[in-house]
Design a protein around this ligand. Sequence first.
Ligand code: IMP
Ligand code: MG
Length: 190
Amino acid sequence: MGLPTDFRYDFIAKVLITPEQIEQRVTKLGLEITEDYQDSDHLMLLGLLRGSVMFITDLMRRIHRPLTMDFMAISSYSGSESSGFVRIDHDHKASIAGWDVILVDDIIDSGHTIHTVSKLLMDRNPRSLKICALLDKPSRHKRHITIDYCGFSIPDEFVVGYGLDIDEKGRNLPYIAAVDLERYKAGNRA
Ligand code: IMP
Ligand code: MG
């Protein structure tokens, strides 16, 4: 029986980043973090649900230091454009006070989410706080954001795969792909 390797959502326009490229980059990020945290025995990866799940589970296997992992779930208030007003749907469980926290997200778009969540976390007195994002769309930033560990900078396209979704679809793809938004909308009307 052949494996169904040709599965594709019909709204995919093109593959931007292959599984091999993701794997290489995540390995490099893991090594960088391993080096940077040689002196820390209180390292915590704090992932934003749900987009960062695939990334964080791959990344943590490539960090050769003791670490813990926790998650937060955040919703942005307005529609497709995030507004800067975020709601915490699920807060992290462990205290971050005194911990070296790396906040892990799937993609930085306007930067509002990361900006707001970072500010909130700083009030909880971590020993340090750094930002790690798989993807960055620099041309879309509305906030000045320093991304300490960035996987890939991409152009202004809506992407899915490797955890990222469009209306919850596409998260299971092993690659990052651009969405054909016209075809996506047409498919939803049909
Ligand atoms: P920001 O607050 O505008 O930076 O929004 C970041 C959030 O919007 C990310 O964590 C994603 O959940 C979502 N997002 C932004 N761009 C994309 C995309 O191209 N594909 C999937 N989700 C995206
Ligand atoms: Mg997100």
